[in-house]
Write a protein that binds this ligand. Structure first.
Ligand SMILES: Nc1ncnc2c1ncn2[C@@H]1O[C@H](COP(=O)(O)OP(=O)(O)OP(=O)(O)O)[C@@H](O)[C@H]1O
Ligand SMILES: [Mg+2]
Length: 327
């Protein structure tokens, strides 16, 4: 059964910025669904429309069977949200933050108490429950926000960039918690991310978004398999285009992409091809600085569709501010 349905959902800011452009999608019960795209692709805007925090310019969406525009209160009761920006009260303890949320949703006192214990245990924060949030690390804060989003037993949990700016080990731990609560609470999860590895490892299905449009949507494995073959990535100095055209003639090369001094070749048998590739580069006097060989990643999928890479390392000024605020 579809828990989230959107048809031609569109948001235009100030009459000109098409942040979300005619997005149609279905998310099914108990899925972990990922919305993957670079900075500014429209991920937060989409999540805010689905959570009734932002009015769509056009199109329709239903969450838990309720129309986001016509039945916002019913939508809100059925969902939990973890915002991209930190939203905990630092001067309250973890338990107090959870308690406040429970009251806001009209839960009974006894139920709140029980639920807090259960959820804090799940995210392994029981022993920190009565410490002020300002003493928590970034990862602990994120875990608390996720637990808080689940207080009122939502059918769907929205997570906007759940691991943004956290170190790799903490990010992996958070993935484990997300998997666990999806399994235990049977909650459908809709998350956004610009981390390829996150979408790949955590999500049952992924929609790749660029400039407000979905450019591909499927299981991560299918998206990668469609590229067919291994990827040889060459970092070259100059004349990348000459080398690219030479490869376009080559039968053994399935696809050729160039982006910012790198050349990506999709080939059937990379080990066999590498000597040929280097010989050709030499004959064309193209200097090769490095050669990398890998199975296709979601970044290669993105490159195939858009001709650009999702840059994980690039931090926008806005993101840097957010990260600073989290400390
Ligand atoms: N309130 C607003 N007014 C005008 N333009 C906006 C507003 N909010 C977002 N935008 C623009 O809409 C586009 C999509 O922004 P959005 O925040 O949804 O992207 P995102 O994918 O969440 O990005 P990030 O990865 O940085 O969080 C961007 O071009 C952004 O500048
Ligand atoms: Mg965002």
């Amino acid at each position: 059964m579809a828990v989230i349905e959107a048809q031609n959902l569109t948001k235009v800011y100030d009459g000109k910025v098409r942040a979300v452009d005619s997005v149609s999608l279905e998310v099914f019960e108990s899925e972990i669904f990922g919305f993957l795209g670079p900075n500014g692709a429209g991920k937060t805007t989409l999540i805010h429309m689905l959570c009734t925090l932002l009015k769509p310019t056009s199109g329709v969406a239903k969450v838990s069977g309720y129309d986001v525009a016509k039945e916002p209160d019913l939508v809100r009761k059925s969902i939990g949200i973890v915002f991209q920006d930190p939203s905990l009260d630092e001067n309250l303890t973890g338990r107090e933050n959870m308690d406040f949320h429970g009251r806001l949703y009209g839960m009974a006192t006894g139920e709140i108490k029980e639920r807090i214990t259960e959820l804090l245990k799940m995210v392994e924060l029981e022993d920190k429950a009565d410490r002020l949030v300002k003493t928590y690390s970034g990862g602990m804060r994120r875990r608390l926000e996720i637990a808080r989003g689940l207080m009122h037993h939502p059918k769907v949990l929205f997570l906007d960039e759940p691991t943004l700016g956290l170190d790799p080990q903490t990010r992996r731990h958070i993935w484990d918690y997300i998997r666990e609560l999806n399994r235990r609470e049977r909650v459908t999860i809709f998350l956004t991310t610009h981390y390829m590895d996150e979408a790949d490892s955590l999500c049952n299905r992924v929609a790749i978004i660029d400039y407000g449009k979905i450019i591909a949507c499927d299981e991560p494995k299918h998206l990668k398999d469609l590229l067919g073959g291994d990827i040889i990535e060459l970092k070259v100095a100059g004349k990348a285009d000459a080398l690219a055209s030479a490869f376009k003639e080559n039968q053994a090369v399935r696809a050729v992409k160039t982006a910012e001094g790198t050349l990506c070749l999709t080939v059937y048998d990379a080990a066999k091809m590498i000597p040929q590739v280097l010989e050709l580069a030499e004959s064309l006097e193209v200097e090769v600085n490095s050669v990398d060989l890998h199975r296709p990643t979601l970044d290669d999928v993105f490159l195939t569709y858009t001709g650009r890479r999702i840059r994980e390392e690039e931090t926008s000024p806005m993101e840097r501010m957010r990260l600073l605020m989290k400390r």
